[in-house]
Design a protein around this ligand. Structure first.
Ligand code: GLC
Length: 561
C-alpha cells in the first residue's frame, strides 16, 4: 500500500480516561475542564487524536459504560458547554476527538429500559432481550463477562433480561429495527456536533445468535463462555453496514470497534479496506495469551506471556491483515494493566529502559497506535491497592464469585492476580507531579493513587531529556515523517527466539530492522545490518553492535540492496 493513505492510518491516538486524568473543580473526579487544561500536554506529545472514554450521564455502575442518557454529559464531568469548548479547543490545535459509543447495552436507568421493564406490552419491551424462565431458572447458561450469570430475573413481569456485563447494563435488542434507528439518530447528534469518530464498545457482541443457545462450559467453570457463544453473531456485519450508510458516511471519521472474540476472518470483514463497516478493530488475542491455564479463572493470572506466543500472535495479525484490513496497535487501555509491568520490568533499575523497549516493539508495526494516559511516562501497576481499595466492578465481582462463592481461588492468590491484571491498575489518577495527590486533584481522589507518584510523574518526565515521554514523542514524530512505518511490509525474524523480538519493515527502496531484547541479560545476536545503516531510535545512547544489552531496543534504517 502506498497510495490512498487515510489520515487515521498515519495517526497516533491518545486515550483519556476522564475520571482519572485531571480534576479541575476539586471534587476528586477528573472532568472535561481538566482535559482542556491539559491539551497542551497532549499536543506536546504529538498525538493526533484523543479517544475519550464515556462522558455521558450514567449511574456509574461500570464507570460510565452504563449510559442513562446518550445526549447529555455526566454532571461529574461537566456539561455540554464544557464539551463543546473542549472540542473546539482541540480542533484549534488540530487534535481530533473520538467518542466512546456504548450501544451493546444501556444503563438500567435509561428511559428505554425503565419503560421496557414496566410491563410486557410496553412499546419499548422489545428494545431489550427478555425471556421466560426455563424450568424456573435462567433461559440459558451464559455467564456475565464480569462473573456470575448473564441473566437477571425481574419480579415485576416474571421474566429474565440479558446483561452480558453487570446487572445495571441490560443488552439492547439489535434485531429490533427501532433500536437500530434510535442508536443511529443518537450517533448523528454527535456527528452533527463535529466529533471525529467513534470507538465502539464491545461491538462484536451486538448480534446475538438465533435461539440464544447455551455456550460451552469450561472445565471447572459454572457458566457458558459468552465470548464464544455471542461474539460475531449472524447479523453483526449487516448492522454495521447499515450504520455506515446512515451515520458513518456522513463525515470523514475514524472508527474502531472493540471486538472481543474477533478472529482474523471477521476482523477482515469489520475493518475491510473498502470501508463498508469500520476502519479497524481492537482484537483481544494477544491480551489473552497470559490468561490462567484454568479457563474458569479466565484472565486472572500473574505469569508473564511467552515471547514466542506473543510473536506468533502479533505477526499473524500483521501478516494476515496486510492489504485487506487495518490493525490497531495497543498494549494499554482502561481495561488492561500497565504495559511496562506486564511486558517489561517495572523495577527501579529497568522501568524506563523497558518501557521504551515495549513501546518500540509496538510503534514500528503496521496499524494505528494507541497510547493510554500515563503509558507515555511509564506508569506502573498499582501494587499498593488492597481488596478494600478497588473500585472496579469486574474486580469486586471476581472476589465475590471466584473466591467467596465458587471457591476457585484463595484471597491472597486473587490479590496477586489483581495486581497483575486488574483494571484499576490503569485507573489510578494520572501522575502529573510530586505534590499532594500528584497534581490530579485538590480534593479527595475517587480512587487511591499509585504510591509511586512522587518518583514517576509528568513533571519529572518533562524535565529529563532521557525520559519515557520524550521517547514516545520521538516515536510519534517518526511515524508522521516516515511513510515506511505506515506502509512497509512486516517480516518477523527468528520466530523461535525466546529472548529477542526482531522484525523488519520492508518498503520499495528502504527497510527498517526493529530489534527488542525482552530480557535483563546481555545477549549476542547477529542480524544482517549493512555497514552505514542509520540508527533511527534506540533506548541506549550508543550502539553495541551484536551485543544486545538488558531491554535494549533499536531500529536500523537502510537502503534495500
Ligand atoms: C468494554 C469497556 C469496558 C466495559 C465493558 C462493558 O470492554 O472497555 O470498560 O466495562 O465494555 O461496557
Amino acid at each position: 500500500m502506498t497510495e490512498n493513505i487515510k489520515w487515521w492510518q498515519k495517526a497516533v491516538v491518545y486515550q483519556v480516561y476522564p475520571r482519572s486524568f485531571q480534576d479541575a473543580d476539586g471534587d476528586g473526579i477528573g472532568d472535561l475542564k481538566g482535559i482542556e487544561q491539559r491539551l497542551d500536554y497532549i499536543e506536546k506529545l504529538g498525538a493526533d487524536v484523543i479517544w475519550l472514554n464515556p462522558i455521558y450521564s450514567s449511574p456509574d455502575k461500570d464507570n460510565g459504560y452504563d449510559i442513562s442518557n446518550y445526549e447529555d454529559i455526566n454532571v461529574k464531568f461537566g456539561n455540554m458547554l464544557d464539551f463543546d469548548r473542549l472540542l473546539a479547543k482541540a480542533h484549534d490545535k488540530n487534535i481530533k476527538i473520538v467518542m466512546d459509543l456504548v450501544v451493546n447495552h444501556t444503563s438500567d436507568q435509561h428511559d428505554w429500559f425503565i419503560e421496557s421493564r414496566s410491563s410486557k406490552d410496553n412499546d419499548k419491551r422489545d428494545f431489550y432481550i427478555w425471556r421466560d424462565p426455563v424450568n424456573g431458572h435462567e433461559p440459558n447458561n451464559w455467564g456475565s463477562f464480569f462473573s456470575g450469570p448473564a441473566w437477571k430475573f425481574d419480579e415485576k413481569t416474571g421474566q429474565y433480561y440479558l446483561h452480558l456485563f453487570v446487572e445495571g447494563q441490560p443488552d439492547l435488542n439489535w434485531k429490533n429495527s427501532e433500536v437500530r434507528q434510535a442508536v443511529f439518530d443518537m450517533m448523528n447528534f454527535w456527528v452533527d456536533k463535529g466529533i471525529d469518530g467513534f470507538r465502539m464498545d464491545v461491538i462484536s457482541l451486538i448480534s446475538k445468535p438465533d435461539g440464544l443457545p447455551d455456550g460451552e462450559v469450561p472445565d471447572g467453570g459454572k457458566y457458558g463462555n459468552s465470548d464464544k457463544a455471542v461474539a460475531n453473531g449472524p447479523h453483526v456485519h449487516e448492522y454495521l453496514q447499515e450504520m455506515r450508510q446512515q451515520v458513518l458516511n456522513r463525515a470523514d471519521m475514524m472508527t474502531v470497534g472493540e471486538a472481543s472474540g474477533v478472529d482474523i476472518p471477521n476482523a477482515i470483514k469489520y475493518a475491510n479496506s473498502d470501508s463498508s463497516e469500520l476502519n479497524m478493530v481492537f482484537q483481544f488475542e494477544h491480551m489473552g495469551l497470559d490468561n490462567n491455564p484454568n479457563p474458569a479463572l479466565g484472565k486472572w493470572y500473574d505469569k508473564k506471556v511467552s515471547l514466542i506466543s506473543l510473536k506468533e500472535n502479533l505477526s499473524k495479525w500483521q501478516n494476515e491483515l496486510t492489504d485487506k484490513a487495518w490493525n490497531s496497535l495497543y498494549w494499554d487501555n482502561h481495561d488492561q494493566p500497565r504495559a511496562v509491568s506486564r511486558y517489561g520490568n517495572d523495577s527501579e533499575e529497568y522501568r524506563v529502559i523497558s518501557a521504551k523497549m515495549v513501546a518500540t516493539l509496538l510503534h514500528f508495526m503496521q496499524g494505528t497506535p494507541y497510547v493510554y494516559q500515563g503509558e507515555e511516562i511509564g506508569m506502573t501497576n498499582a501494587y499498593n491497592l488492597q481488596r478494600e481499595d478497588f473500585d472496579d466492578v469486574e474486580i469486586k465481582n471476581a472476589f465475590k464469585y471466584l473466591i467467596d462463592k465458587d471457591h476457585l481461588v484463595d484471597e491472597d492468590t486473587m490479590l496477586k492476580y489483581v495486581h497483575a491484571k486488574g483494571r484499576d491498575n490503569a485507573r489510578t489518577p494520572m501522575q502529573w507531579d510530586s505534590t499532594e495527590n500528584a497534581g490530579f486533584t485538590t480534593g479527595k481522589p475517587w480512587i487511591k493513587l499509585n504510591a509511586n507518584f512522587k518518583k514517576i510523574n509528568v513533571s519529572q518526565a518533562l524535565a529529563d531529556p532521557d525520559s519515557v515521554f520524550y521517547y514516545y514523542q520521538k516515536l510519534i514524530k517518526l511515524r508522521h515523517e516516515l511513510a515506511i512505518i505506515t506502509t512497509g511490509k512486516y517480516q518477523l525474524l527468528d520466530p523461535d527466539d525466546a529472548q529477542i523480538y526482531a522484525y523488519r519493515r520492508v518498503g520499495k527502496d528502504e527497510q527498517l530492522l526493529v530489534i527488542n531484547n525482552f530480557t535483563m541479560q546481555t545477549i549476542d545476536r547477529d542480524y544482517d545490518v549493512p555497514a552505514g545503516a542509520e540508527i533511527l531510535i534506540s533506548n541506549y545512547n550508543d550502539d553495541a553492535g551484536r551485543s544486545l544489552r538488558p531491554y535494549e531496543a533499536k531500529v536500523y534504517r537502510f537502503a534495500n540492496n
